[in-house]
Design a protein around this ligand. Sequence first.
Ligand code: NAP
Length: 287
Amino acid sequence: MGKIIDGKKVAQDIKFEIKNFIDKRKQQGLRLPKIVSILVGNDEGSIYYINSQEKVATSLGVEFNKLLLDKDIKEEDLIEKIKKLNNDNNVDGIIIQLPLPSKLNEKRIINTILPSKDIDCLTFINQGKLYCGDKVFLPCTPNSVITLLEKYNVELEGKNVVVIGRSNIVGKPVAQLLVNKNATVTICHSKTKNLKEICKRADILVVAIGKAKFIDKEYVNENSIILDVGTSSLDGKITGDVDLENIINEISMITPVPGGVGALTTTLLIKNSCEALEYNENENFNS
Ligand code: NAP
């Protein structure tokens, strides 16, 4: 039977590291990290995310302010608010909940965030650094995939990794992080031919499609290590892209949904705010 990769356990370990960092700073009388998360309008998914981010941050001693803005806010007013946060030395991380209302220019707004406070790696500058292999705050979902593989001692160098999905927030950055770790990466998408054969040959399969239980026995082999990023609602339950129950005996390791990749993302975001505080104190973000 394949081994279950426990995202909750890994999240607990990282929370422990964050708590140590916070406790040390408290003992030294130093300032604690502060995140401001901006929500424009009342998208249900975004409200869920901002509340869970707040819960994790405050439980670890990281200050978390929600900036709740009307969906009809003018673009210039939102830009001004972000610039104010950029100039506030007590703010370490700025998050914008996506999607923004369609009348707002999402790219312009995101790229107003100072890269040194862009803890979710959404600005073009930080994404460029990521693609150049420079040090940068790693985007949380792709970083969750890498962190889980590393915590479970999965060697990446020279491994044949297949990523299904090429979105800017998951597929492409996770593929780039894997290349940065010396894996040999194939990116697949909806136009890929022979998807089953390509996946079956992979040592590691990262699935970020958004189609419940899409991956079955025909896509895997007995040594497959599978990272399931997908989250869809099926019969009222959050379900991954992989049909875990029916392939668990045919593979080597897999992340469950829930309790896998998604269990770690918020914790990694909070960890980035601690790094941002250190970067900003030492003013070495661009070095
Ligand atoms: P997305 O922007 O919709 O991208 C989906 C990708 O899957 C696209 O590249 C698409 O190909 C590809 N695809 C769709 N159907 C396919 C098929 N039949 N065969 C092969 N490829 C196919 O989604 P996303 O934002 O990357 O998110 C992917 C999933 O991850 C979603 O379920 C989302 O909810 C979940 N997610 C989870 C977390 C977490 O923390 N757990 C975070 C973010 C996202 P084309 O490019 O050709 O259209």
